[in-house]
Design a protein around this ligand. Structure first.
Ligand SMILES: NC(=O)C1=CN([C@@H]2O[C@H](COP(=O)(O)OP(=O)(O)OC[C@H]3O[C@@H](n4cnc5c(N)ncnc54)[C@H](OP(=O)(O)O)[C@@H]3O)[C@@H](O)[C@H]2O)C=CC1
Ligand SMILES: CC(=O)N[C@@H](CCC(=O)OP(=O)(O)O)C(=O)O
Length: 303
């Protein structure tokens, strides 16, 4: 019997990408609503009840409301609404022990796109004691404009978006709570995100004065070793030698994430994660979580 999956928000940026990844699978039956009924509460309630798993690709408020329609149906929520909620499982398979928790969960909150890169870098370093949880750390990131959903895409497709811009200057980016909780940080990192004038692909950077942390200089090699150990054998995350030019679009269309470590050998270290904001940063991980939840091969439908 195939697993029935309803994607609420199927016509949006993330929903479409998930549908594409599931459309040809024999183990999945997609439940779809006609365009004129996709926001109809009764039609959605019926679709939820018919589904084994529902994937929410909605703005936060609509996602909260969708949960009230879903009954006992298992949910993967791609929005920010439930990521640090106590009764939800955080949908980042790479965290220690998380694959088992996701597999058993009824409510999974899919990790955010910038958060995917930031936590993938931070968590092995806080777990290893290389970065104390109360250290002051700096994160930066750049995302293609699809990260801003339909409205930002429309701006760029109309040719009116800037070539590059910085935003969220007030240190209140919506991914900071999940980055702190699952990255192992008790002190809020400083985070400066940016949008690049290209559609898809992102890079997230952690910048450290490792010479000011306990243990001092020479941490570059230990940081790289901790990351290599954390992701040894992972199907999608790898650590590679840093390139002189790092292209945020290098992994577009894939569910992969590549980390690299650079520094001057005297304490200043930058760790970079490259991923596809729509792939590993959203729809790819949603499918990975779905695979874990339904007992399919974790890599099914993903490259
Ligand atoms: N874009 C990205 O890179 C990422 C996005 N996300 C998250 O995924 C979620 C969806 O984002 P994204 O796909 O970019 O957004 P989009 O704006 O592209 O799509 C959202 C979709 O939800 C639909 N929708 C809105 N309200 C309702 C409702 N009440 N009932 C049914 N459908 C509704 C919209 O319909 P309409 O077309 O009529 O507006 C639209 O089709 C967001 O929470 C976002 O934060 C997560 C990771 C990355
Ligand atoms: C470029 C851009 O605007 N990016 C969005 C994050 C992308 C996204 O929607 O993040 P979630 O994974 O949390 O849903 C932002 O910074 O708010």
């Amino acid at each position: 019997m195939p697993t029935s999956v309803f994607i609420d928000g199927e016509a949006g940026t993330t929903g479409l990408q998930i549908r594409d990844r599931l459309a040809n699978r024999e183990d999945i039956r997609l439940i779809s609503l006609d365009a004129d009924r996709r926001k109809d509460t009764d039609a959605r309630r019926t679709a939820f009840r018919e589904a084994d798993v529902a994937i929410l690709c909605l703005p936060d408020d609509a996602a909260r409301q969708a949960v009230t329609l879903a009954g006992d149906t298992r949910i993967i929520d791609a929005s920010t609404a439930h990521r640090v909620a106590a009764d939800w499982v955080y949908g980042m398979p790479e965290l220690p022990g998380q694959r088992e928790r996701i597999a058993a969960a009824t409510r999974v909150a899919n990790v955010g796109c910038f958060a995917t890169g930031a936590i993938a870098i931070l968590r092995p370093l806080t777990d290893a004691g290389l970065v104390p949880s109360d250290a002051g750390v700096v994160l930066t990131g750049v995302s293609g404009y699809t990260g801003g959903g339909k409205s930002l895409i429309a701006e760029y497709e109309a040719g009116t978006g800037p070539a590059h811009y910085l935003y969220a200057h007030g240190q209140t980016h919506k991914h900071l709570p999940e980055i702190m909780e699952f990255g192992g940080m008790s002190r809020k990192p400083a985070f400066q995100p940016a949008v690049g004038g290209y559609a898809q692909g992102m890079a997230v950077q952690l910048h450290l004065h490792a010479d000011l942390l306990p243990g001092g200089v020479g941490r570059h090699a230990r940081i790289e070793a901790a990351l290599r150990e954390a992701y040894a054998g992972d199907p999608f995350v790898g650590v590679e030698t840093a390139q002189a030019r790092i292209d945020p679009q290098a992994l577009n269309g894939t569910n992969r994430m590549v980390l690299s470590v650079q520094g001057d050998g005297e304490g200043r270290v930058t760790v970079v994660a490259v991923l596809d904001n729509l792939g590993k940063g959203a729809s790819g991980t949603a499918v990975q979580n779905l695979n874990l939840m339904i007992g399919a091969k974790e890599t099914e439908g993903l490259t």
